[in-house]
Design a binder for this molecule. Structure first.
Ligand code: RVP
Length: 499
């Protein structure tokens, strides 16, 4: 006979937090959102922690190298999508690891034989006022000089004038040597009143440019997520099919954490994949997705460093409709958290939990954390920003961004849904859609984090760990949900906002 769960499974929208005493020290400025990414022994520190409890989904429409850099700069982690060739995914990881905060590979480069007309055309095209002049016109060629808008007067100079006649030659340049730290570079910028400092290697080849404005931006991001070499931390999604080719390439590219991307992670395929990675590499690996105690314990006993929770709650996901599997996201998180806490009590090993999918309102994130998740993974949320890899389009009077599921025909990520047997995507488990364009990642994250911190203060908590200990959470009836939004009033146009 089947086992029945006769209590309905719940989503985040069915719960609210009840405020606790807010002490005077409990202010948003004192709230810290640092959270573990990977398992650790009681009394020890996790090998990787996030500075904000956010990860971006393993999806073509969300997590490429651009999103990974932008999110790590804010303190979170992206898992670069695995539904692409091994070489392309490894190249994206390499780009993130090679990106030095504040150190920019020159994007406008010409040779001394080019002319003022070429400089102006390039400026028009790229918007950059600084042009590196290298022997071969490449970003890494021998540096011979620099041109900025202070080196020419459009009204007086002939457009045919060769760059060599008006550039600032290398002999007159202040430059830094490769290996210089950002703060040393900044000292040179200040000492010599520069806007841009070229960094060259021992053969005088250009390595990077450091701009005064980028240093200021770097200082504004005290939460950025860096490894011991000051490179951004980055994750990548893998599957249980080609992991023997994919994992070595990702590790060689410098990936910090892997995650097995699957709609149903309670499988022997996942156990084999985790064990292969643990036996052969020194890299962290998360597994999932599961929605219950049994699935969680199976993956933890297989060696997973964190476990991802959620089936069918994603905004573009139609798994529940197509296959009839899944569980309300809040119920799934609550049961897995209980299993995790018991496991911690018995073994002294804390395994972080990621609540993946189904975040609609910002307060859902706070609820997921209060219920015991250590961080969330989001697709739709990040897809709306400039930094997501998809096209921004105009539909009517609004801008939208494209957003499609990994189980849609567009992504064709059959490995994510494979249950053994013949390969291929027999039916779709995701849709192709638009999401309203919402601006930059940074401005939206600031707002979301502001709300989370404010709610945490209402609950009397200044850390996620404290929130998990003191939170009081109430189920709300369908009728009382109505009074949660504006009701019984006629709204003015200006107060109708999206979130
Ligand atoms: P959301 O944040 O609600 O957009 O959900 C994102 C999550 O949805 C992903 O992290 C993944 O677990 C799941 N997903 C991705 N593609 C699909 C699909 O096509 N069904 N589902």
């Amino acid at each position: 006979m089947a086992t029945y769960y006769l209590e309905p499974s719940r989503t985040f929208s069915e719960f609210l937090l009840i405020p606790n005493l807010t002490t005077k020290e409990c202010t948003p400025a004192n709230v810290r959102l640092k959270t573990p990414l990977v398992k650790y022994k009681q009394g020890e520190a996790p090998a990787i922690s996030l500075n904000i409890p956010f990860s971006s989904a393993v999806m073509q429409a969300v997590s490429d190298d651009g999103m990974a850099i932008a999110l790590a700069r804010c303190g979170g982690i992206s898992f670069i999508f695995g539904s692409q060739s091994v070489a392309d995914q490894a190249a994206m990881v390499r780009k993130v690891k090679g990106y030095k905060a504040g150190f920019v590979v020159s994007r406008s480069n010409l040779t001394p034989e080019h002319t003022l007309a070429d400089v102006l055309a390039l400026k028009e095209q790229t918007g950059h006022a600084t042009v590196a002049v290298t022997e071969d016109g490449t970003a890494k060629g021998k540096l011979l000089g620099i041109v900025t808008s202070r080196d020419y007067r459009i009204s007086r100079d002939s457009q045919d004038k060769p760059i060599r006649d008006f550039m600032t030659p290398f002999a007159s340049l202040i430059y830094g040597q490769s290996g210089i730290t950002l703060s040393e570079a900044n000292d040179l910028i200040w000492e010599h009143k520069l806007n841009c400092l070229p960094i060259v290697d021992e053969r005088q080849c250009l390595d990077y440019l450091v701009f005064r404005k980028d240093y200021d931006a770097h200082k504004e991001n005290p939460l950025e997520l860096l490894d011991a070499n000051k490179s951004y931390i980055v994750g990548a999604g893998i599957n249980t099919k080609d992991y023997k080719e994919r994992v070595p390439a990702l590790v060689a590219a410098g990936v910090d954490a892997l995650v097995i991307d699957s709609s149903d992670g309670y499988s022997e395929w996942q156990r084999e994949t985790v064990q292969y990675v643990k036996e052969n590499f020194d890299v962290k690996i998360g597994a999932g997705n599961v929605v219950d105690r049994e699935g969680f314990l199976y993956l933890v006993e297989s060696g997973a460093d964190f476990v991802k929770v959620g089936i069918g709650g994603g905004s573009i996901c139609i798994t529940r409709e197509q296959k009839g599997i899944g569980r309300g996201q809040a119920s799934a998180v609550m049961e897995v958290v209980e299993a995790r806490d018991q496991y911690f009590k018995e073994t002294g090993i804390y395994v972080p939990i990621c609540s993946d999918g189904g975040i609609v309102h910002d307060y859902h994130i706070t609820l997921a954390l209060a219920m015991g998740a250590d961080f969330v993974m989001m697709g739709r949320y990040f897809a709306r920003f400039d930094e997501s890899p998809t096209r921004k389009l105009r539909v009517g009077n609004n801008f939208v961004k494209e957003f499609w599921g990994e189980g849609s025909n567009r992504a064709r990520n059959w490995q994510r849904y494979d249950t053994g047997g013949k390969s291929g995507l027999l039916f779709e488990e995701g849709v192709d859609s638009y999401v309203p364009y919402a601006g930059t990642l940074q401005e939206n994250l600031d707002k979301t984090i502001g709300k989370i911190k404010s709610t945490m203060c209402n609950c009397g908590a200044t850390s996620i760990e404290e929130l998990q200990r003191v939170a009081r959470i109430t189920l709300v009836s369908a009728t009382s949900l109505v009074e949660g939004g504006a009701h019984d009033v006629i709204l003015k146009e200006s107060s109708l906002s999206e979130e």
